[in-house]
Design a protein around this ligand. Sequence first.
Ligand code: NAD
Length: 260
Amino acid sequence: MERLFSPTAFQGQVVLVTGGAQGIGLAIVEAFAKLGGLVIVADLQRQKAQQVATSLTEQGYHVDAESCDCSVQQQIRALVTKIEREYHRLDIVVHNAAYFPLTEFMQIDEPLLQKTLSVNLMAPFYLTQAAQPLMKKQGGGRILITSSVTGPKVAYPGLAHYAASKAGVNGFIKAAALELAPFGITVNGVEPGMIRTPAMANLGDEQLNQSIARNVPLGRLGEGQDIAAAMVFLASPVASYITGQTIVVDGGALLPETTI
Ligand code: NAD
């Protein structure tokens, strides 16, 4: 990314990343920080988020940490108010946090469904509503969401709740993009395939990873940086005419018509 974009590409821009303490979110935080952005990591894991901020700050980048449960509208409002007070702007919001415990279909109960929908689908509404006045005042902004191929394109056993939330997110992206376009705010998403993260590690061991990789046409699992690269592209000026879209980043995993 540093080869494609200047290290000052996002200088002066304030970037909020939810779920940035580990996995894909951490890669997104690092990417924007290394391209000059002032990045705020908002995560449930306060200590881990703080460690990310401290480590990147020691390397000379501008990263702050905030503790936030982004399924709670009041916490998101308070977070955005604090960002406005301290940094006076908010240019890019990346909603990356998600909740996805593997649960057999008949075991999905109301609290699980409620929590999944709150973190994955309702939080983008809360974040976008909170950020819109500031972005509008600035003359524009970028809303980016980590969606998934699971739901919009394919299914995975034990993830019906998650699939429904991610399919919903893609609907949100289109609807919000249409309504926010007059304010110069674009809304886009990235649909990752199988990406190597701490959450993925919960699905299985290295042997499972290798068998998944064998079925990916590009021959490997994705890395957080693969998703971060797509996010950076969508946030950059070259993507200023793209809105309401999602990019699949899966190493070609969805391409085969049949699995032989
Ligand atoms: P992860 O579990 O490793 O990291 C998620 C982060 O979000 C954690 O730091 C966690 O503390 C934080 N978080 C969870 N709930 C939160 C809340 N309510 N408020 C604030 N922070 C919260 O997950 P990951 O694999 O890095 O996934 C990141 C995103 O990518 C998710 O949106 C996920 O749906 C999507 N995704 C991942 C994969 C994959 O293969 N890993 C595939 C498709 C989509």
